[in-house]
Ligand binder design. Structure first.
Ligand SMILES: N[C@@H](CCC(=O)N[C@@H](CS)C(=O)NCC(=O)O)C(=O)O
Length: 229
C-alpha cells in the first residue's frame, strides 16, 4: 500500500513533512487540498480529518492528522542507517526532540498562524503590527536561548524539530525579518537559518514559501516594503 499525503505546499507543517519525505527518500502519493478554495471542508476530507487541516498522512490503516505525529511516524518506520533525525535508540535525546517539536507546534506555529490568519482576514495594513511583532520577537528570543545550548534546536545534530520549526520561521521571517542589516539581534538564530538553508531539501521549503508570499501580497495586501524592518 503506498503512502498518501494530503497537502497544500503553502502550509509550513506540510513543507516540513515534504522535506523529511525527501530526506528519507520514500515514495508518497500526493493529493492536493487547496486551502484557499476551502477544499479542506469537503465532506470526504472531514471524514479523514475532522480538524480540517493539512498535512494528513494515510499509511495503510493508520491516518495521522498532525505534522509532528507524521514526522515521528515516518522516522520510526522509515529512518534507517546513520540518520539521527529522530534518535530512535536514545530515550533522553528522543524526549528532547519531542519537547522541541511541541514547542514548535504550540508556540512557534501558533503565533505564526495568529499573524498570518489576521493578515489574510483583515489585510496587512489593518493588523495590530506592534502586537504581532512583540509576540514573534519573543519567539526569536526563545529560540536564540535554545540555540545557545546546542548547534541545532534539540541537540548538536539536525533533527525533525529543526525541520518542523524552520518552515514556520521562514514564513514569519517574511514579515518580521530575523537578519538585519544593522547589529544582528538574534545571531545564533540567523546562523541556524543559514545552516538550514544549505540543506538540499530546503528547496522544497523555498518553493512553497514563494507561493505563500504571493498569496500574502494578493489576499493580504502585504508589500515587503511595509514589513517591520
Ligand atoms: N498542528 C497541525 C496544524 C496544521 C494546520 O493548522 N494547518 C493549516 C495550514 S498551515 C490548515 O490546514 N488550515 C486549514 C483550516 O484550518 O481549515 C499540524 O502541525 O499539522
Amino acid at each position: 500500500m503506498p503512502l498518501t499525503l494530503y497537502y497544500d505546499e503553502r502550509s509550513p507543517p506540510v513543507r516540513s513533512v515534504l522535506m523529511l519525505i525527501k530526506m528519507l527518500n520514500i515514495t508518497v502519493e500526493l493529493k492536493e487540498v487547496d486551502l484557499f478554495k476551502r477544499e479542506q471542508l469537503r465532506p470526504e476530507f472531514l471524514e479523514l480529518n475532522p480538524a480540517h487541516t493539512v498535512p494528513v498522512l494515510v499509511d495503510d490503516d493508520l491516518t495521522l492528522t498532525d505534522s509532528h505525529a507524521i514526522l515521528i511516524h515516518l522516522c520510526e518506520k522509515y529512518q534507517g542507517g546513520d540518520l539521527q533525525l529522530w534518535p530512535k535508540d536514545d530515550y533522553k535525546e528522543r524526549m528532547q526532540v519531542l519537547n522541541l517539536l511541541l514547542f514548535s507546534c504550540s508556540v512557534v506555529f501558533r503565533r505564526d498562524s495568529d499573524v498570518m490568519s489576521d493578515i489574510v482576514r483583515k489585510t496587512f495594513p489593518k493588523i495590530d503590527l506592534e502586537y504581532h511583532q512583540r509576540k514573534i520577537h519573543e519567539v526569536y528570543d526563545m529560540m536564540e536561548r535554545y540555540l545557545g545550548r546546542n548547534k541545532y534546536l534539540a541537540s548538536d545534530k539536525l533533527t525533525i524539530a529543526d525541520l518542523s520549526a524552520v518552515t514556520t520561521l521562514s514564513t514569519v521571517n517574511l514579515i518580521f525579518p530575523i537578519e538585519s542589516t544593522t547589529e544582528p539581534k538574534w545571531p545564533l538564530l540567523a546562523s541556524w537559518m543559514q545552516r538550514l538553508r544549505q540543506l538540499p531539501e530546503y528547496q522544497i521549503n523555498e518553493k512553497g514559501l514563494n507561493i505563500f508570499h504571493e498569496v500574502l501580497k494578493v489576499y493580504g495586501k502585504f508589500d515587503c516594503n511595509t514589513s517591520s524592518e
